[in-house]
Design a protein around this ligand. Structure first.
Ligand code: 6HD
Length: 379
């Protein structure tokens, strides 16, 4: 938390160095500074699962993501506001980015219907009916106390026909304008638009150009990491990037693996969120400098080495693989906690490494060295 006396009053993005298409810099906001490229741990239901907020901060995260769909269903936006907002509720005093809820309505709820006005759906928790318009999504994100709010959009799973992708992209553009009006002027906060258009280049360009005309504070690339190969995802980033303002942050939603992050940073992405490190940790998978390790595998049963003796993270440095294997096989809660801690620490170390490499003009070397470390998997 920056000193209130000199905390910025607005949302400003500064690029301090570039290396090819890659950028490093920071977003200054009243609640704190976000170093970019940034990875945002996902705090779905007001918690980064299996982590204390102090740990999330200590491992280098500047910003966390809250899921509007989950929080609007439980505890509810008006109750969250009465309790002082999401920051106080979950004891996170840095910036919080909230998604609009649209993606999770489509992926989690039953009986959902989309029309011009918004989306109607039933809660996956208790089956109650809910309706969310662009205006209500922004209102909910405001009640939560969100610092960076996302427009309501329609994300189409791939593969899909052009007609379906085009219809959803144009609806999302109309909803972007409604969200901009609903958000109004909130100094120190931001609303990001979301580029849609599936895997169709001309629709991606149309979406990016139309959103740029709205002069928003940041631009997300949505509609990816929805079943397409990495090559298609990267091609869409390359298609969209030239049509987004270089002076605004670019946020790639729902991405990704460590390799996805590096390939996307090289193509000009500044912000990421993904459940991969936290979800994988709960399933016994560890991301390390030596590649991904499945601790459920019997080969770790008597391996006294830690995951990474050179890591600054105690979960990676101080516990044997044999112990982690035992915890995972025994389905002990501590196994989920330690591997989640390790994975988030690795993701933040990767982002910090890329920020430094871009500043030094050696991102390509950093990427090659990182991939070489994964390839030299230990015996
Ligand atoms: C895990 N993949 C993923 N793709 C996403 C797309 C969106 C979107 N709004 O297009 C949001 C969240 C997403 N998560």
């Amino acid at each position: 938390m920056t000193d209130p006396l000199d905390a910025p009053t607005d949302f400003t993005f500064t690029v301090s160095a570039t290396d090819g298409q890659a950028r490093t810099g920071h977003i200054a906001m009243p609640r704190g500074t976000i170093r970019t490229p940034a990875f945002m741990p996902v705090g779905t239901a007001a918690t980064v699962k299996a982590m204390y907020p102090e740990q999330v901060r200590d491992l280098g995260a500047d910003v966390v993501l809250g899921n509007t769909y989950h929080l609007m269903l439980r505890p509810g936006p008006e109750r969250m506001a009465r309790l002082g907002g999401l920051h106080r509720f979950m004891r996170w005093d840095g910036p919080i980015l909230t998604d609009s809820g649209g993606f999770q309505v489509m992926s989690l709820s039953a009986l959902r219907k989309i029309d011009e006005e918004g989306v109607t759906f039933r809660s996956h928790i208790d089956g109650t009916a809910h309706r969310m318009s662009p205006e209500r999504s922004i209102e909910i994100q405001g009640l939560l106390g969100s610092d960076i709010q996302m427009q309501l959009d329609e994300c189409v799973r791939l593969p899909a026909e052009r007609a379906e992708i085009e219809k959803a992209m144009r609806l999302s553009l109309r909803w972007a304008e409604r969200c901009r009006v609903a958000f109004g002027e909130q100094p120190g906060k931001a609303m990001f638009g979301i580029v849609q258009g599936g895997d169709i280049p001309d629709l991606r360009v149309e979406s990016a150009r139309a959103l740029t005309d709205l002069d928003l504070k940041g631009y997300a690339i949505g509609g990816l990491a929805v079943g397409e190969p990495q090559a298609v995802m990267l091609a869409m980033i390359e298609t969209v990037e030239p049509h987004l303002p270089a002076t605004k942050p670019r946020y790639l939603m729902g991405v990704g693996t460590p390799d996805d992050l590096m390939q996307s940073v090289m193509r000009g992405i500044d912000m990421f969120d993904c459940v991969m490190p936290t979800r994988a940790g709960r399933h016994g998978l560890a991301y390390t400098r030596h590649g991904r390790i499945n601790l459920r595998n019997a080969r770790h049963a008597e391996d006294t080495r830690p995951l990474d003796e050179a890591s600054a993270c105690p979960a990676a440095r101080d516990y044997s693989r044999a112990y982690l294997h035992h915890l995972v096989r025994s389905e002990e809660i501590l196994g989920m906690m330690l591997l989640t801690w390790n994975n988030l620490a690795y993701y933040q170390q990767l982002m910090a490494g890329m920020r430094a490499a871009i500043a030094a003009g050696r991102l390509a070397d950093f990427v090659a060295e990182t991939k070489d470390g994964w390839a030299r998997a230990e015996a």
